[in-house]
Ligand binder design. Structure first.
Ligand code: FAD
Length: 215
Protein backbone atom coordinates (compact mmCIF):
# COMPACT_ATOMS: atom_id res chain seq x y z
CA UNK A 1 0.00 0.00 0.00
CA UNK A 2 1.07 3.57 -0.65
CA UNK A 3 -0.10 6.55 1.42
CA UNK A 4 0.54 10.08 0.16
CA UNK A 5 -0.31 13.16 2.18
CA UNK A 6 -1.83 15.44 -0.47
CA UNK A 7 -2.82 18.56 1.49
CA UNK A 8 -3.29 19.75 5.05
CA UNK A 9 -4.29 22.89 6.87
CA UNK A 10 -1.24 25.19 7.02
CA UNK A 11 0.22 25.64 10.53
CA UNK A 12 -2.59 23.45 11.91
CA UNK A 13 -1.69 23.53 15.59
CA UNK A 14 -1.48 27.34 15.72
CA UNK A 15 -4.87 27.56 13.96
CA UNK A 16 -6.42 25.19 16.50
CA UNK A 17 -4.88 27.19 19.34
CA UNK A 18 -6.18 30.50 17.96
CA UNK A 19 -9.66 29.07 17.42
CA UNK A 20 -9.83 27.54 20.89
CA UNK A 21 -8.56 30.74 22.52
CA UNK A 22 -11.49 32.60 20.94
CA UNK A 23 -13.62 30.77 23.53
CA UNK A 24 -11.74 32.61 26.29
CA UNK A 25 -10.68 35.71 24.29
CA UNK A 26 -7.10 34.91 25.27
CA UNK A 27 -5.45 35.22 21.85
CA UNK A 28 -2.98 37.76 23.29
CA UNK A 29 -1.41 34.89 25.24
CA UNK A 30 -0.23 33.17 22.05
CA UNK A 31 3.54 32.75 21.81
CA UNK A 32 5.61 30.67 19.36
CA UNK A 33 5.42 27.68 21.73
CA UNK A 34 2.20 28.30 23.68
CA UNK A 35 0.21 25.81 21.60
CA UNK A 36 2.12 22.87 23.10
CA UNK A 37 0.71 23.04 26.63
CA UNK A 38 -2.54 24.64 25.50
CA UNK A 39 -3.43 21.90 23.01
CA UNK A 40 -2.34 19.18 25.44
CA UNK A 41 -4.78 20.63 27.97
CA UNK A 42 -7.60 20.61 25.42
CA UNK A 43 -6.89 16.96 24.55
CA UNK A 44 -6.92 16.01 28.24
CA UNK A 45 -10.10 17.96 29.01
CA UNK A 46 -11.95 16.50 26.04
CA UNK A 47 -12.48 19.91 24.43
CA UNK A 48 -12.22 18.09 21.12
CA UNK A 49 -14.44 20.13 18.80
CA UNK A 50 -11.61 22.65 18.32
CA UNK A 51 -9.56 19.95 16.58
CA UNK A 52 -12.10 20.04 13.77
CA UNK A 53 -10.59 23.33 12.51
CA UNK A 54 -7.67 21.49 10.84
CA UNK A 55 -7.88 18.73 8.28
CA UNK A 56 -5.69 16.53 6.10
CA UNK A 57 -6.22 14.74 2.80
CA UNK A 58 -4.51 11.49 1.80
CA UNK A 59 -4.25 9.59 -1.47
CA UNK A 60 -4.26 5.87 -0.72
CA UNK A 61 -3.30 3.25 -3.31
CA UNK A 62 -2.96 -0.52 -3.32
CA UNK A 63 -5.31 -1.47 -0.50
CA UNK A 64 -7.97 -4.13 -0.93
CA UNK A 65 -11.66 -3.42 -1.41
CA UNK A 66 -12.12 -5.30 1.89
CA UNK A 67 -9.98 -2.67 3.62
CA UNK A 68 -11.57 0.28 1.82
CA UNK A 69 -15.00 -1.01 2.86
CA UNK A 70 -13.90 -0.78 6.49
CA UNK A 71 -12.42 2.69 5.99
CA UNK A 72 -15.49 4.21 4.36
CA UNK A 73 -17.59 3.29 7.40
CA UNK A 74 -16.08 6.40 9.03
CA UNK A 75 -18.92 8.75 8.23
CA UNK A 76 -17.32 12.06 9.15
CA UNK A 77 -14.54 11.61 6.60
CA UNK A 78 -14.99 12.45 2.89
CA UNK A 79 -14.06 9.95 0.21
CA UNK A 80 -13.50 9.71 -3.53
CA UNK A 81 -12.83 6.14 -4.63
CA UNK A 82 -11.70 4.54 -7.89
CA UNK A 83 -14.80 3.34 -9.69
CA UNK A 84 -15.13 -0.25 -10.88
CA UNK A 85 -17.79 1.00 -13.30
CA UNK A 86 -15.58 3.50 -15.10
CA UNK A 87 -12.10 2.01 -14.65
CA UNK A 88 -11.08 -1.13 -16.55
CA UNK A 89 -10.14 -3.98 -14.18
CA UNK A 90 -8.56 -6.36 -16.72
CA UNK A 91 -5.60 -8.09 -15.03
CA UNK A 92 -6.58 -6.47 -11.73
CA UNK A 93 -3.93 -6.21 -9.02
CA UNK A 94 -4.82 -7.73 -5.67
CA UNK A 95 -3.71 -7.93 -2.03
CA UNK A 96 -2.37 -11.20 -0.65
CA UNK A 97 -2.90 -11.50 3.12
CA UNK A 98 0.40 -12.34 4.92
CA UNK A 99 -1.07 -15.50 6.40
CA UNK A 100 -1.77 -16.81 2.90
CA UNK A 101 1.57 -15.55 1.54
CA UNK A 102 3.41 -17.58 4.21
CA UNK A 103 1.58 -20.82 3.39
CA UNK A 104 2.89 -22.26 0.10
CA UNK A 105 -0.10 -24.47 -0.65
CA UNK A 106 -2.63 -21.77 0.24
CA UNK A 107 -0.66 -19.21 -1.77
CA UNK A 108 -0.58 -21.39 -4.90
CA UNK A 109 -4.34 -21.97 -4.62
CA UNK A 110 -5.03 -18.26 -4.01
CA UNK A 111 -2.92 -17.13 -6.97
CA UNK A 112 -4.47 -19.70 -9.25
CA UNK A 113 -7.97 -18.57 -8.29
CA UNK A 114 -7.05 -14.91 -8.86
CA UNK A 115 -5.71 -15.80 -12.28
CA UNK A 116 -8.97 -17.59 -13.11
CA UNK A 117 -10.97 -14.55 -11.97
CA UNK A 118 -8.81 -12.24 -14.09
CA UNK A 119 -9.49 -14.42 -17.13
CA UNK A 120 -13.20 -14.63 -16.31
CA UNK A 121 -13.46 -10.82 -16.03
CA UNK A 122 -11.68 -10.38 -19.33
CA UNK A 123 -13.94 -12.99 -20.95
CA UNK A 124 -17.12 -11.22 -19.80
CA UNK A 125 -15.82 -7.86 -21.05
CA UNK A 126 -14.85 -9.43 -24.40
CA UNK A 127 -18.42 -10.79 -24.66
CA UNK A 128 -19.67 -7.22 -24.44
CA UNK A 129 -20.70 -7.30 -20.76
CA UNK A 130 -20.42 -3.83 -19.25
CA UNK A 131 -17.66 -3.25 -16.64
CA UNK A 132 -20.31 -2.43 -14.09
CA UNK A 133 -21.67 -5.98 -14.44
CA UNK A 134 -18.40 -7.84 -15.10
CA UNK A 135 -17.14 -6.42 -11.78
CA UNK A 136 -19.54 -8.65 -9.86
CA UNK A 137 -16.91 -11.38 -9.96
CA UNK A 138 -14.07 -9.19 -8.68
CA UNK A 139 -12.86 -10.33 -5.25
CA UNK A 140 -12.54 -8.37 -2.00
CA UNK A 141 -8.77 -8.56 -2.55
CA UNK A 142 -8.89 -6.28 -5.63
CA UNK A 143 -6.71 -3.18 -5.34
CA UNK A 144 -8.45 0.16 -5.02
CA UNK A 145 -7.46 3.81 -4.66
CA UNK A 146 -9.09 6.58 -2.63
CA UNK A 147 -8.69 10.21 -1.72
CA UNK A 148 -9.73 10.73 1.91
CA UNK A 149 -10.20 13.99 3.80
CA UNK A 150 -10.96 14.23 7.50
CA UNK A 151 -10.56 16.80 10.23
CA UNK A 152 -8.07 16.14 13.02
CA UNK A 153 -10.74 15.09 15.53
CA UNK A 154 -11.96 12.42 13.12
CA UNK A 155 -8.42 11.27 12.30
CA UNK A 156 -7.78 10.83 16.05
CA UNK A 157 -10.95 8.75 16.28
CA UNK A 158 -10.12 6.63 13.22
CA UNK A 159 -6.58 5.99 14.50
CA UNK A 160 -8.01 5.04 17.88
CA UNK A 161 -10.44 2.54 16.33
CA UNK A 162 -8.10 1.06 13.75
CA UNK A 163 -4.63 1.10 15.33
CA UNK A 164 -5.90 -1.51 17.72
CA UNK A 165 -5.26 -5.21 18.25
CA UNK A 166 -8.97 -5.73 17.46
CA UNK A 167 -8.71 -4.18 13.97
CA UNK A 168 -7.68 -6.19 10.91
CA UNK A 169 -4.00 -6.09 9.91
CA UNK A 170 -4.53 -4.21 6.63
CA UNK A 171 -6.50 -1.23 7.93
CA UNK A 172 -4.22 -1.18 10.99
CA UNK A 173 -1.14 -0.94 8.71
CA UNK A 174 -2.90 1.78 6.71
CA UNK A 175 -3.72 3.88 9.76
CA UNK A 176 -0.21 3.48 11.14
CA UNK A 177 1.14 5.04 7.92
CA UNK A 178 -1.46 7.83 8.15
CA UNK A 179 -0.73 8.39 11.86
CA UNK A 180 2.99 8.78 11.06
CA UNK A 181 2.28 11.47 8.46
CA UNK A 182 -0.10 13.30 10.79
CA UNK A 183 2.40 13.16 13.65
CA UNK A 184 4.97 14.83 11.38
CA UNK A 185 2.68 17.80 10.64
CA UNK A 186 1.02 18.06 14.09
CA UNK A 187 3.12 16.35 16.80
CA UNK A 188 1.16 17.73 19.75
CA UNK A 189 -2.23 16.62 18.40
CA UNK A 190 -1.03 13.23 17.16
CA UNK A 191 1.31 12.40 20.04
CA UNK A 192 0.09 10.06 22.77
CA UNK A 193 -1.85 12.57 24.91
CA UNK A 194 -5.26 11.99 23.31
CA UNK A 195 -4.90 8.23 23.49
CA UNK A 196 -3.67 8.31 27.10
CA UNK A 197 -6.98 9.88 28.10
CA UNK A 198 -9.46 8.41 25.64
CA UNK A 199 -8.18 5.11 24.24
CA UNK A 200 -9.17 1.65 25.46
CA UNK A 201 -5.84 0.15 24.36
CA UNK A 202 -3.24 2.70 25.37
CA UNK A 203 -0.50 0.13 25.98
CA UNK A 204 -0.84 -1.07 22.39
CA UNK A 205 -0.82 2.54 21.12
CA UNK A 206 2.37 3.23 23.09
CA UNK A 207 4.05 0.18 21.57
CA UNK A 208 3.11 1.18 18.01
CA UNK A 209 4.04 4.81 18.70
CA UNK A 210 7.56 3.95 19.87
CA UNK A 211 8.18 1.39 17.12
CA UNK A 212 6.49 2.96 14.06
CA UNK A 213 5.48 6.60 14.63
CA UNK A 214 8.10 8.43 16.68
CA UNK A 215 11.10 7.19 14.69
C1 FAD B 1 -12.53 -3.86 15.39
C2 FAD B 1 -13.73 -3.43 14.63
C3 FAD B 1 -14.68 -4.38 14.26
C4 FAD B 1 -15.82 -4.00 13.55
N1 FAD B 1 -16.73 -4.94 13.18
C5 FAD B 1 -17.86 -4.58 12.52
C6 FAD B 1 -18.86 -5.53 12.13
O1 FAD B 1 -18.71 -6.72 12.38
N2 FAD B 1 -19.95 -5.09 11.46
C7 FAD B 1 -20.15 -3.76 11.18
O2 FAD B 1 -21.17 -3.42 10.60
N3 FAD B 1 -19.23 -2.84 11.51
C8 FAD B 1 -18.09 -3.21 12.17
N4 FAD B 1 -17.17 -2.26 12.50
C9 FAD B 1 -17.38 -0.88 12.08
C10 FAD B 1 -17.97 -0.04 13.23
O3 FAD B 1 -19.20 -0.57 13.67
C11 FAD B 1 -18.16 1.40 12.79
O4 FAD B 1 -19.09 1.46 11.73
C12 FAD B 1 -16.87 2.05 12.30
O5 FAD B 1 -15.79 1.72 13.15
C13 FAD B 1 -17.06 3.57 12.30
O6 FAD B 1 -17.02 3.98 13.64
P1 FAD B 1 -17.81 5.20 14.24
O7 FAD B 1 -19.24 5.08 13.93
O8 FAD B 1 -17.40 5.34 15.69
O9 FAD B 1 -17.05 6.37 13.51
P2 FAD B 1 -17.42 7.51 12.47
O10 FAD B 1 -18.45 7.12 11.50
O11 FAD B 1 -16.05 7.85 11.99
O12 FAD B 1 -18.00 8.64 13.39
C14 FAD B 1 -17.20 9.30 14.37
C15 FAD B 1 -18.04 9.56 15.59
O13 FAD B 1 -19.05 10.51 15.24
C16 FAD B 1 -20.23 10.21 15.94
N5 FAD B 1 -21.28 9.90 14.97
C17 FAD B 1 -21.10 9.66 13.63
N6 FAD B 1 -22.29 9.45 13.05
C18 FAD B 1 -23.23 9.52 14.02
C19 FAD B 1 -24.63 9.38 14.05
N7 FAD B 1 -25.33 9.10 12.94
N8 FAD B 1 -25.27 9.53 15.21
C20 FAD B 1 -24.59 9.82 16.35
N9 FAD B 1 -23.24 9.96 16.41
C21 FAD B 1 -22.57 9.81 15.25
C22 FAD B 1 -19.94 9.03 16.86
O14 FAD B 1 -19.51 9.52 18.11
C23 FAD B 1 -18.78 8.36 16.16
O15 FAD B 1 -17.96 7.58 17.00
C24 FAD B 1 -16.02 -2.63 13.21
C25 FAD B 1 -15.06 -1.69 13.60
C26 FAD B 1 -13.94 -2.07 14.29
C27 FAD B 1 -12.93 -1.02 14.69
Amino acid sequence: MIVTLLQYTPDPEKLIEYSARVCYLSQERITPTSHKTFLSGLLKNGHLSVFEHASATFFIEGISRACSHQLVRHRLASFSQQSQRYVEEKGFAYVTPPEIAQHPEALAYYQSLMSTLQQAYEKLVSLGIKREDARFLLPNATHTALSVTANFREWLHIIDMRVSPHAQWEIRDLLILIWKELYTIAPVVFGLTYFEYWSKDIEYKKEIFSQRIEI
